[in-house]
Unconditional design. Structure first.
Length: 48
């Protein structure tokens, strides 16, 4: 569920053109993917 909510947060951040919210969404996605063991996806989001 956390990935789903973080994706929604990312979409909203883009609609609002909010760099801070976008960064937070990518961090949330990175953490969620890390917990699931998807390290490549986690790194992709951490780099954004």
């Amino acid at each position: 569920h956390s990935i789903e909510y973080a994706h929604k947060q990312l979409c909203i951040s883009e609609e609002l053109d909010s760099p801070n919210m976008r960064a937070e969404a990518h961090l949330n996605l990175a953490r969620a993917h890390e917990r699931l063991g998807a390290l490549e996806k986690a790194l992709e989001h951490a780099r954004n």
